[in-house]
Each structure stands twice: as C-alpha cells, then as structure tokens.
Design a protein around this ligand. Sequence first.
Ligand code: 2F8
Ligand code: CA
Length: 136
Amino acid sequence: QMISQGWKYFKENFYYFSRIPKTWYSAQQFCMSRDSHLTSVASESEQEFLYKVAGGLFYWIGLTKAGSEGDWYWVDKTPFDKVQSARFWIPGEPNNFGNNEHCANIKMSSLQSWNDASCDNKLFFICKRPYIPSEP
Ligand code: 2F8
Ligand code: CA
C-alpha cells in the first residue's frame, strides 16, 4: 500500500507539517489543494500530538473568526467547543492585539499553546485529512 509521503498518522487522520511559511489563507488554500484543511483540535490527545510535533515553532491551525460577533470556528467544519477549548489558549489569549488578530496558531510547546495573530503573518502550518481506508 502507498503510504502518504510527508504526512504523519494519528488516530484516524493524517497531518502535514509544512516547511514553508504562508499567510493563514494561503495555507488553507494549500491544504485544500491536498484534500485537507488547516487542522482542527478536538481533544487533549490531539492537542498534545500537535504541540509536540510542532516542537516550539509557530504553526497556523484551522481556527479563525466569523460573523458580527467574531466567533471562533474550525475551517474543517468541526464544531468549535468554546468551553472545552479554553484550556488550549495561552493564558491571556486570545487578546486580539491591535484589533487585528483573527487567526490562531500553535505558539508554545505546551497544552496551553494557542495565540491569535494577524492572518497576514507568514507561518508554518498544519493540514489534516481523514484517513479513509479503501475497500480491498
Ligand atoms: O504578548 C502577547 C502578544 O505578543 C505579540 O504581540 C506583541 C503577538 N503578536 C503576534 O504574534 C503577531 C500577540 O498575538 C500576542 O498576543
Ligand atoms: Ca494574540
């Protein structure tokens, strides 16, 4: 069987850790061109997997804001659980610094690792796509 080159497997999904920095939007475009999206983070074990592979470098994740309230949502359509997700922000974040921080990244090598930043920053990024077994 062909193994997805450059993609890491974890619990039913493949993850791609880019080596080239892009704006949040360009990163999401890149992920979509590879049948994926910027990653969602739906559990503590997933968060732990991601920050450990990230190794202290900054990576965009698939969390951004929409609507008049500026509510956070996952670009892969995973429902955003504000209460369960609160523990993954760096203390004091998200702070919408300069009123221009509408995209989230993994900034720290820690369970509390997320920061909101300007979507125009060029960062590495993480794509996620489900592993779909094919029939024999
Ligand atoms: O102190 C936290 C603060 O640090 C930076 O702003 C000075 C970050 N900016 C970027 O990463 C672009 C803020 O997002 C962060 O809240
Ligand atoms: Ca911030």
